[in-house]
Design a protein around this ligand. Structure first.
Ligand code: HEC
Ligand code: HEC
Length: 457
């Protein structure tokens, strides 16, 4: 068991993030969110974009040598380091860093291995929370391209090591990630005082792969994560990423830095829709929205009035695995640790998904917590949702559908065999595309107007 635990840990260090929800006090939310302190925002930006919080997992040689496992030629990493970085990024679904990053794409950081001398690299928050659209990278845009499974298998192999044992599906389709199970497994290797265990606690959780939420909506929320059970101002909960490596004392020491990172996340703004919008149609669409959607999603204008409703599963009827897969046993354990001391996960609230703020919604396709719906039109007309679709080959606008708003999503014959990692299959555990049928009864004209309006948010 010791061996299994030790093989488990390194892989998880790499990615683990958070999850877990919790709850609280309903704030009457008519006001614009209070702007975070600019000095904290700047410190948070520098820490998040400039620092590596974890030791390197893979040596530089693994990064440079991994192309030998590819089925396509790659530029020479010594003669053409930039060309190689681009090919590497495309292969595994990373995007160019819009900040200085030592020649690595966004989502990777240079660091030193546990031996204290071998130089190498590690993934960071932006592997999941840094994406691009139309060729421009944004911190906080969910990464629709990341191929965690392919990246992991290849990098451990190139590093001359066995791939760590993964007791859950890391991801089956590009763009999804199982951040929840990473967190559950890491927590199961700690006692409530955060001392390490050699034998994992049974947690009974079975969380599915998910799409990451965009960071620019956090500022509107009083509770975060898809289940809306964790107070949105918890900066300890976003530190779960560090669980495989840090001690209780190190967590304490890093808390102020993560409070700054939290402030930085709250300062991030959504990109604006870059194509023309038909003003009259959008104005009519606003009326449709206010009648059919605002009750759950809020209203948008000079100020955002966002209610933060958690909608019970039997009303929203989207895939239940994220809600049902989080065990009370896990929440109880988490709530007994330092992470929850200030902001515990709510154990009394009704279970369901929080209706998210829709600011910048044009940019964060595919939709729903599991990314099962490629366009807004399909979200608002459920019979159109494809049971299987291919994640876009890149985030260039040629793959973007301006009419339906989202990613062009046909499955050409034979494509799934050629590119299985791009195939999103809604029949898999947790990836169901049902529910949220609130747009089904709209007339086609109303739906067109509503989609036009959603582009303005
Ligand atoms: C492996 C992918 C992955 C990594 C790495 C990751 N996250 Fe996340 N993050 C997610 C997913 C998926 C969710 C949604 C979780 C849920 O609600 O179940 C999420 C949720 C969040 C949220 C809540 C957003 C909201 O509006 O509810 C914040 C804040 C956040 N992450 C910050 C971070 C920070 C900071 C880091 C790095 C320290 C990080 N994440 C690393 C995947 C990741
Ligand atoms: C009864 C409450 C409710 C109503 C009414 C409602 N929604 Fe939602 N909506 C939700 C919930 C809850 C989710 C999250 C579901 C999930 O991720 O599984 C959601 C998700 C969405 C998403 C996906 C967000 C994302 O980031 O992926 C969009 C877009 C959306 N709704 C638009 C609309 C529009 C437009 C209408 C009006 C036709 C509408 N909704 C009506 C509750 C509602």
């Amino acid at each position: 068991m010791r061996t299994a635990t030790n093989r488990l840990r390194p892989g998880l260090v790499v990615l683990a993030s958070l999850i877990v929800g919790a709850a609280f006090a309903k704030r009457a939310l008519a006001d614009a969110p209070s702007a975070p302190d600019p000095a904290a925002v700047e410190r948070g930006r520098e820490a998040l974009l400039g620092r590596s919080f974890l030791k390197a997992e893979w040596a530089d040689e693994a990064y440079k040598g991994v192309a030998r496992f590819w089925d396509e030629p790659a530029p020479d990493p010594e003669k053409d380091p930039e060309g190689y970085a681009r090919a590497f990024a495309k292969r595994y679904g990373f995007h160019p860093a819009p900040f200085p990053n030592d020649g690595l794409p966004m989502g990777l950081k240079r660091s030193v291995k546990a031996d204290g001398k071998t130089r190498g690299m590690q993934v960071d928050c932006l592997a999941c929370h840094g994406g691009s659209i139309g060729g421009t990278s944004y911190v906080g845009l969910p990464n629709t391209q990341i191929d965690y499974t392919g990246f992991f298998l290849d990098l451990f192999r190139a590093d001359g090591r066995r791939t760590p044992l993964m007791p859950f599906v890391l991801n089956s389709a590009r763009g999804t990630t199982n951040a929840g199970m990473m967190s559950v497994v890491l927590m199961s290797l700690r006692n409530t005082d955060l001392s390490s265990r050699t034998f994992p606690l049974a947690m009974g959780s079975n969380l599915p792969e998910l799409d990451a939420p965009p960071w620019w909506v956090l500022k509107y929320k009083t509770k975060m994560y898809y289940d809306g059970r964790t107070p949105a101002d918890s900066s300890r909960s976003i530190m779960q990423f560090l669980l495989a490596e840090k001690t209780a004392a190190e967590f304490e020491e890093l808390e102020p830095t993560f409070a700054d990172i939290h402030a930085y996340i709250q300062s991030i703004e959504a990109p604006k829709y870059p194509f023309p919008i038909e003003a009259e149609s959008a104005a009519r669409g606003r009326a449709v929205f206010e009648k059919s959607c605002a009750g759950c999603h809020g209203t948008y204008g000079e100020t955002v009035d966002y209610p933060g409703e958690v909608v019970p599963l039997d009303v929203v009827k989207t895939d239940p695995a994220r809600i049902e897969g989080l065990s009370d046993r896990f929440v109880e354990h988490y709530n007994a640790t330092w992470f929850a001391a200030k902001h515990p996960v709510d154990v009394d609230s009704e279970r369901g998904y929080q209706a998210p703020p829709l600011v910048g919604i044009w940019a964060s396709a595919p939709y729903l917590h599991n990314g099962s719906v490629p366009t807004l039109r399909a979200l608002l007309d459920s019979p159109r949702r494809p049971a299987r679709y291919l994640r876009p080959p890149s985030t260039d606008f040629e793959h973007y559908d301006r009419r339906d708003v989202g990613w062009k999503a046909q499955v050409p014959a034979g494509a799934e065999v050629k590119e299985p990692r791009r195939l999103f299959d809604a029949s898999r555990y947790g990836l169901g595309n049902g529910g949220h049928t609130f747009g089904d009864k709209l007339s086609d004209a109303d739906r067109d107007d509503l989609i036009e309006y959603l582009k303005t948010l």
